[in-house]
Design a protein around this ligand. Structure first.
Ligand SMILES: Nc1ncnc2c1ncn2[C@@H]1O[C@H](COP(=O)(O)OP(=O)(O)OP(=O)(O)O)[C@@H](O)[C@H]1O
Ligand SMILES: [Mg+2]
Length: 361
């Protein structure tokens, strides 16, 4: 497996004063399911269009499978793109829609027929050849769009929010199908989304973007548990931020004074300097253990009062005030019985390993 199958080197695309993509460098492995994740306007589509060749770079180079494609037109690149608003032609049937991109390839009738059947089977729509767009559901239309892109057997499939128009349930199903399909065909997928849970559940690796720049590239687990900065920590999931300051360090550990909580020695994964007043700690809601009776396990044990709670079915979020605190802490629990808290008094515990020390921005 090639580590630098797609190699993006110092790529920029500016529109006037807007730095849509700003000096970005990274690589994507062959066969990888790679996501570009970030808020609206951060440059995801622009970066995808640069890979496809629909956009030209102001600076930098792009290599795909060892070939410099920086100035190569889209039709000569080994890429194909699937858009959010999957344009299935309404006046021709599914079969003709799928064959559409193949008209310039000189395949025999039989070969073409075999390829159509192959991709229809991949997207599980065998027997739908004669249907028209208005006879298909949203999910089926999207699968036809995928089939149309896959029939060309691209080395790289570029997908710009392909599930964006689907409702939640169908979207969840299509996420699994798309992931299975990617594994089956082994094509490198570059998948754009602004939905963090979607990118985490589907990808081998995720690049988090903000304002034209890459903030972090990690596998989903690392992205969630080891965010490199406040932006990533905040964008992925929910978290508690507490102001803090560092003291002296001791090997891998550093003394951290956390406002509202106390002073502790914790791991300094990001090499934050000593005696720094401009730091924060991030603690995930599910890392805070909540109990109606005193807790004796845990590195930090506190008392608190429950101010509020929100029930989300599989999870309940509690807003807990600890003494002297400016803001309540959010703690989440599964299958939690709200009524077990008498007079709203509760006990919390946190382990040092669940505290991430970050630099203030
Ligand atoms: N052709 C263009 N002319 C001028 N500005 C552009 C052009 N295309 C994109 N931009 C700007 O570049 C920035 C990045 O746009 P882009 O479409 O890449 O964002 P995005 O991350 O895909 O956002 P979304 O999630 O909303 O689709 C935005 O500020 C956008 O307004
Ligand atoms: Mg976009």
């Amino acid at each position: 497996m090639s580590e630098n199958f797609i190699d993006i080197r110092n790529i920029s695309r500016h529109f006037g004063t807007v730095k849509a993509v700003d000096d970005v460098s990274f690589s994507i492995k062959q066969g990888e399911f790679f996501s570009l994740l970030g808020p609206s306007g951060c440059g995801k589509t622009t970066l995808l269009r640069l890979l496809a060749g629909f956009e030209s770079a102001n600076q930098g180079e792009i290599f795909i499978d060892g070939v410099d494609v920086t100035t190569m037109p889209p039709n000569l690149r080994p890429t194909n793109m699937v858009f959010q608003n999957y344009a299935i032609f309404p006046h021709i049937n599914v079969k003709k829609n799928i064959e559409f991109g193949m008209r310039k390839e000189k395949l025999s009738k039989q070969e073409l027929e075999n390829r159509v059947q192959e991709v229809l089977s991949l997207v599980k729509l065998e027997g739908y050849e004669e249907r028209f767009s208005n006879q298909l559901s949203g999910g089926q239309r999207q699968r036809i769009a995928l089939a149309r892109a896959l029939i060309k057997r691209p080395k790289v499939l570029l997908l710009d929010e392909p599930l964006g128009a689907l409702d939640k349930k169908l979207r969840d199903e299509m996420q699994i199908e798309l992931r299975n399909l990617q594994k089956a065909v082994g094509i490198t997928f570059v998948f754009v989304t602004h939905d963090q849970s979607e990118s985490i559940s589907m990808s081998d690796r995720v690049a988090v973007m903000n304002e034209g720049q890459i903030q972090q590239i990690s596998d989903p687990h690392d992205l969630y548990y080891n965010p490199q900065n406040i932006f990533v920590s905040d964008f992925i999931g929910t978290t508690n931020f507490l102001s803090s300051s560092t003291g002296s360090s001791n090997g891998e550990n550093i003394m951290v004074k956390i406002d509202q909580i106390g002073e502790f020695s914790i791991k300094n994964k990001l090499n934050i300097p000593e005696n720094d007043n401009e730091t924060v700690v991030s603690i995930r809601p599910e890392a805070i253990v909540l109990s109606p009776s005193p807790i004796d396990k845990g590195d930090i044990v506190m008392e608190g009062t429950i101010e509020n709670s929100s029930y989300y079915g599989e999870l309940t979020s509690f807003y807990v005030r600890v003494q002297g605190a400016e803001n309540p802490l959010i703690a989440s629990s599964q299958r939690f019985d709200n009524n077990s808290f008498e007079g709203n008094k509760c006990y919390l515990s946190i382990n040092f390993e669940d505290i991430n020390l970050l630099k203030k921005e």
